[in-house]
Design a protein around this ligand. Structure first.
Ligand code: PA5
Length: 459
């Protein structure tokens, strides 16, 4: 894995000017902040708990811990035709990212036990579809919720649990794995009462940093992916990613460059890749960074893009729209397959030059990052590229640890706690008021009284 940041510096045509001298000047500050983060110091507590466990969790996992997860996951996958993976936010995006990276978006084409992610939405059509899919088929579930009370997955689990209990009766417990907190949460109590196999998300690891815990590892293992290699990725990345030396540490450079770009007026960050297998990793980053940074008016909006596909829609605005953006590409250097572009008699589409220049699809796919990024840089879009050698569980482990560290450091640079998300309570409160949740009677009455009826037009 490499970080190529040449295009973040001295970009023409934009106020987002970053120089090598500025990086040099910030190196001592970075050293101090990384050292504090490594030691668990700084503004990092959620309800009194320092949320820094993700930095050491991989090293603390024993071979027996990993085996226990693998055994439970294999047993579930082997005994089911369908497994529902229930979770949302940090209890959903990490495993989805790894599973799609390993097996592609159409993972159910290759997996013997089909996986359905549910509980990350409330779409009745999708629910009805999933429940219909499960009709007459052996069904299991991995339910992931640290709190156990998050509305969306808790609703999904009601449906799925009912379905499994109806089919399996007293044996339902054999078809359900719960991943939740160690002691306090509602799901922990239910798991204990019902006798579900269960795994723990530690108190000191928040949702968006939890892909390395059973929240990620259990579903990843259900999909038959080598979780030991994924864990090893974190462990082997740590000496570099924990280094306090700015120029040794890609996470530190990544964080500092994004921070400087934001300070100089960047508002949007396109997270770009040239791999459709990798697309869900962009969705994972779209939670990790904004939920950690978007406090007190700070932070970059993160938008995903797969090149070349999305260049044919947003390519124009990136090239010539407002100059308030940066791009971060993740390029896969060695895909698991490559194809020669066929020569065509007559060359009617004028593409025979591609095979004649000995370019394969892999070469073109890498150029679909390098060419556009050079053009965007020339027109005022600072950009950098993470080069992943290949998509393997090991590389994904290294990549995830790097971005987690960069995000935590970014919060420290911005001067706020990156491990909490106080803002999300506001929309939750509004939704609860709409739905009439007990405890929200006053807000519900107010909403019903002031329900907006003006400024609506029928079409
Ligand atoms: O990052 C976070 O903390 C959130 O995205 C949570 O992961 C998400 O809300 C799900 O929470 P829980 O695991 O408690 O159901």
């Amino acid at each position: 894995m490499k970080l190529n940041y040449a295009n973040m510096l001295n970009t023409p045509g934009t106020k987002i000017q970053i120089t090598a001298q500025e990086l040099d000047a910030q190196a001592p500050q970075i050293k101090t902040l990384i050292t504090r983060l490594n030691k668990g110091e700084g503004d990092n507590r959620d309800r009194g708990v320092p949320m820094i466990g993700w930095q050491t969790y991989a090293r603390e996992l024993t071979a027996a811990d990993i085996r226990k997860i693998q055994d439970a996951a294999r047993k579930l996958a082997d005994s089911c035709e369908i497994v529902f993976i229930i979770g949302i936010g940090g209890s959903y995006l990490g495993p989805k990212a790894v599973i799609e990276a390993a097996h592609g978006k159409n993972y159910n084409d290759v997996l013997p036990a089909k996986l359905y992610f549910i509980g990350c939405d409330t779409d009745p059509e999708f629910y009805a579809h999933c429940l219909k899919m499960a009709e007459g088929r052996k069904t299991g579930a991995v339910v992931i919720s640290k709190s156990g009370t998050t509305t969306e997955p808790a609703i999904a689990f009601r449906f799925v649990r009912q379905l499994i209990e109806k089919k399996q009766g007293a044996r339902a417990r054999d078809y359900i794995i719960a991943v939740t907190d160690a002691k306090k949460g509602a799901l922990r109590q239910l798991a204990a009462a019902e006798g579900y196999r269960s795994f723990v998300i530690p108190d000191n690891i928040g949702g968006r940093f939890s892909a390395i815990t059973p929240a990620g590892l259990v579903p990843i293992a259900v999909a038959g992916i080598d979780i030991a290699a994924y864990v090893r990725g974190y462990i082997e990345a740590a000496p570099l990613i924990d280094s306090a030396d700015l120029y040794q540490n890609p996470a530190a450079l990544y964080a500092l460059l994004r921070f400087l770009a934001w300070q100089k007026g960047a508002a949007v960050e396109y997270q770009v890749t040239n791999s459709s297998f990798f697309e869900s990793n962009l969705a994972w980053t779209m939670q990790l960074e904004p939920e950690s940074e978007g406090h007190q008016g700070h932070g970059l909006h993160v938008a995903p893009a797969v090149f070349p596909r999305d260049l044919h829609s947003i390519g124009q605005i990136i090239q010539q729209g407002p100059r308030n953006l940066i791009e971060i590409a993740t390029k896969i250097l060695e895909p698991r397959a490559d194809l020669a572009v066929p020569e065509s008699a007559g060359d009617t589409d004028g593409l025979n030059y591609i095979p004649q220049n000995k370019l394969t699809l892999k070469d073109l796919n890498n150029m679909a990052i390098d060419g556009p990024l050079a053009a965007h840089y020339a027109d005022g879009v600072p950009n950098m590229t993470i080069e992943l050698d290949s998509i393997t569980p090991f590389e994904l482990g290294r990549y995830h640890y790097m971005l987690m560290k960069a995000t935590a450091l970014q919060g420290y640079l911005l001067g706020h706690n990156p491990f909490i998300q106080p803002g999300v309570q506001f929309w939750k409160d509004r939704l609860f008021a709409l739905a009439g949740k007990p405890g929200y009677e006053k807000q519900t009455a107010e909403y019903r009284k002031n329900k907006p009826e003006k400024n609506i037009i029928s079409i």
